[in-house]
Design a binder for this molecule. Structure first.
Ligand code: ZN
Length: 160
């Protein structure tokens, strides 16, 4: 069986950035299950896995455009400090959830003054060149409801 649309695929992977720092890895834990062909994973990785078989190893460099996108300067914003009522200590690096046009998004504090807070709503991996290395652990046909939902019913999503 090969990785094609509407298969549930399990992969083990390690994600590193251009400097070789490990950003994420499934090693030592459960593999990542995803539904192929439904944008569950970034386009650059999904393309690379197309046609693979169980036991295949993969290694792929993904440019930002095929990953989490380029950084967008318009997603950096100065907001008045009063917008953070109830938060006593606002520090660079803190992350907050907020309602954006596309649903919930996470913003990161990048600068703080007495009056204003500068926030960045770019995905933390936007603009980052990504390297994925891993292996295909299993492939199976997706169940009808998985195709309807557009994701694999495994792990946290097994019974929802
Ligand atoms: Zn579902």
């Amino acid at each position: 069986m090969q990785v094609v649309a509407n298969k549930v695929v399990a992969i083990h992977y390690t994600l590193t950035n251009g400097e070789g720092e490990v950003l994420d890895s499934s090693s030592g834990g459960n593999p990542l299950f995803y539904l192929h062909g439904h944008n569950n994973i970034i386009p650059g990785l999904e393309k690379e896995l197309e046609g693979c078989s169980v036991g295949d190893d993969f290694e792929v460099a993904v440019e930002p455009a095929e990953g989490y996108g380029e950084r967008n300067a318009e997603l950096m914003q100065q907001v008045p400090r009063e917008a953070f009522q109830g938060v006593d200590n606002i520090e660079v690096g803190m992350q907050f959830q907020t309602d954006g046009p596309g649903g919930t998004m996470v913003v990161t504090v990048v600068d703080v003054t007495d009056e204003t807070v500068k926030i960045d709503a770019n995905h933390p991996l936007a603009g980052v060149a990504l390297n994925f290395k891993g292996s295909i652990e299993s492939i199976r046909d997706a169940r009808e409801e998985e195709v309807e939902h557009g994701h694999a019913h495994e792990g946290d999503m097994a019974d929802h």
